[in-house]
Write a protein that binds this ligand. Structure first.
Ligand code: PMP
Length: 422
C-alpha cells in the first residue's frame, strides 16, 4: 500500500515525467535541489494570480491578504519545527544567508579577539566561510572538530575543544557530501553544559531527518526551501527568541525599523528586525505548501523509504569492482558519495556519462573543499535520494554505472528485483 501511495505522490512532480537525452529522467541530485510537487507550484501561482501585493501596513485588501499569507507561512514553519513562537522564524534566502545573518549579528556582537568559533571538518562552505571571515575580521580563532576515517565526527574530541573562549558551535545536522547524520543532540548538550550556543545547519537535516527544535534544544537552526520540495530563494533561520532579541540587525531599510529620524533609528522586534525590505512572500507561501505536503505524505514514511533506497544504493555500489564509496558513517541519510578508482575516471567524467543515460548526479567537491582535502580526494560523484525515487531507479543507476566503469551487468539469482520494489 505504501509503495502504491508513493507512486501516486511521485506523479505529483511534473518535472519527473520528462526524458533527458532520449531516456527517462532519473533524478538523483536531490541534495543539491529537489523537484517541486504540484501543490507547491499551485500555491505560488495562486498567490501571484490572486493575492499578490506588498505586505504589512498596506491600507487595502490585497495587502492584507498577502500579509496574512506570509504570516500563515511563518506559523506553518513554526509548527513544522515545533518552535515555541512564530517570532522565532526568520525568513531568509536560504541556509547560506542564515549563516551570514548569524555571523554578522550574533557573531559580530559576541566574538572578539582571541575568542573561538568551533565548526567541524565536514561543513559545507556555507557554514564555514562566514565563520572564517568573522574570525579573520575579529582576530578570533576558527577551530574544526575532526572526523574519523569513516567520515563521522570525533565526538570524544569535543569536550577538549570547547573552551572558555568558545562563543559558538556551528555544525551540520547531516553532511551534504557524505550523508553522515551527526550526533547534534550530543553536541548541543556538551556545548550547553558550558553555556555555549549552538547553530545547526539543517540544509540536509530537515529533508531527511526532520527536526523538533525544542527537543533538540539548539539555539539556531537553518534550512533552505529548495532542498525540501519548496521554491528557491527562500529559507529559514530559527533562533531562540531571547537570543534574537539580544542581537542587532544586519541589513537596514524598510520594514525592520521602529522609528527613523535624521539622527537615529530604533529597530523593530524579531523577526522583522532581521527582514529588511520587501520579503519573498511567494517563496514563503511555496515553502509552507512544501512543508504541508511533507506532513501529508508522512515524515516517517519518507525517512523509511529513503533509508531503503540508500541501503540498496550502498549495496549495489559495493558490488562494482573499481568503485569506492567515500565515507562509511554508521548513521547515513540521503546521500552516498563515491569515486571510480579503476579504470581511473574523474568524478565529472562519470557524472557526464551518467547524464547521457538520463541519470542526474552531482560531481565535484560539493562545496566542501576542506573535507575533500581531509579525505584525500579531489571530488566525488554523489547520488542523493528523495521521496519520489524508486528502487527501480537505484537498480538502473547501478546498471548504468557498471557500464560506465566497464563491468559486466550483474547476474542476480533474484533477477535484479529487490525487496520493496516500487
Ligand atoms: N549547508 C549544507 C549542508 C548544504 O547542503 C547546502 C546546500 N548545498 C547549504 C548549506 C547551502 O544552502 P543554500 O545554497 O540553499 O543556501
Amino acid at each position: 500500500r505504501g509503495a502504491t501511495n508513493l507512486a501516486r505522490v511521485r506523479s505529483l512532480f511534473p518535472a519527473l515525467g520528462q526524458e533527458i537525452h532520449g531516456k527517462p529522467l532519473i533524478y538523483l541530485d536531490n541534495a543539491a535541489s529537489t523537484q517541486k510537487p504540484r501543490p507547491v507550484i499551485d500555491a505560488i501561482v495562486q498567490y501571484y494570480e490572486a493575492d499578490n501585493a506588498n505586505v504589512h501596513r498596506g491600507a487595502h485588501a490585497l495587502s492584507d491578504r498577502a500579509t496574512a499569507a506570509y504570516e500563515r507561512a511563518r506559523e506553518t514553519t513554526r509548527r513544522f519545527l515545533n518552535a515555541r513562537r512564530a517570532e522565532e522564524i526568520i525568513f531568509v534566502r536560504g541556509t547560506t544567508e542564515a549563516a551570514n545573518l548569524l555571523a554578522q549579528t550574533f557573531g559580530r556582537q559576541n566574538v572578539g579577539q582571541g575568542d573561538e568559533v568551533l565548526i567541524t571538518e565536514l561543513e559545507h562552505h556555507a557554514n564555514f566561510v562566514p565563520w572564517q571571515q568573522l574570525c579573520l575580521e575579529k582576530g578570533a580563532r576558527l577551530r574544526a572538530l575532526p572526523i574519523n576515517e569513516r567520515g563521522e565526527l570525533q565526538l570524544e574530541a569535543l569536550d577538549a575543544m570547547l573552551t572558555p573562549r568558545t562563543k559558538l558551535v556551528a555544525v551540520a545536522h547531516v553532511s551534504n557530501a557524505l550523508g553522515t547524520v551527526n550526533p547534534v543532540k550530543a553536541v548541543v548538550e556538551a556545548a550547553h553544559r558550558r553555556g555555549i550556543p549552538v547553530f545547526i545547519d539543517g540544509a540536509q537535516g530537515l529533508p531527511h531527518a526532520g527536526v523538533d527544535v525544542q527537543e533538540l534544544g539548539c539555539d539556531f537552526y537553518a534550512f533552505s526551501g529548495h532542498k525540501i520540495y519548496g521554491p528557491m530563494g527562500v529559507g529559514v533561520l530559527y533562533g531562540r527568541l531571547g537570543l534574537l532579541e539580544s542581537m542587532p540587525p544586519w541589513q537596514f531599510g524598510g520594514d525592520m525599523v521602529h522609528t527613523v529620524g535624521f539622527d537615529r533609528t530604533t529597530f523593530g522586534d524579531p523577526p522583522y528586525r532581521f527582514e529588511a525590505g520587501t520579503p519573498n512572500v511567494a517563496g514563503a507561501v511555496g515553502l509552507a505548501a512544501a512543508l504541508e505536503f511533507l506532513e501529508s505524505v508522512g515524515r516517517d514514511r519518507i525517512a523509511d523509504h529513503e533509508a531503503q533506497l540508500l541501503g540498496l544504493a550502498v549495496q549495489r555500489l559495493n558490488e562494482i569492482p573499481g568503485v569506492r564509496i567515500v565515507g562509511e558513517p554508521a548513521q547515513r541519510a540521503g546521500v552516498v558519495s563515491f569515486v571510480v578508482d579503476q579504470p581511473p575516471m574523474s568524478a565529472l567524467d562519470v557524472g557526464t556519462r551518467l547524464d547521457a543515460e538520463g541519470i542526474a548526479v552531482r560531481a565535484g567537491n560539493h562545496c566542501c573543499q576542506p573535507l575533500m582535502g581531509r579525505l584525500g580526494v579531489a571530488g566525488t560523484v554523489r547520488a542523493s535520494f528523495a521521496l519520489y525515487n524508486t528502487t527501480d531507479e537505484v537498480e538502473q543507476f547501478a546498471a548504468a554505472l557498471r557500464s560506465v566503469v566497464g563491468v559486466p551487468p550483474a547476474t542476480r539469482s533474484d533477477s535484479g528485483r529487490s525487496p520493496g520494489q516500487d
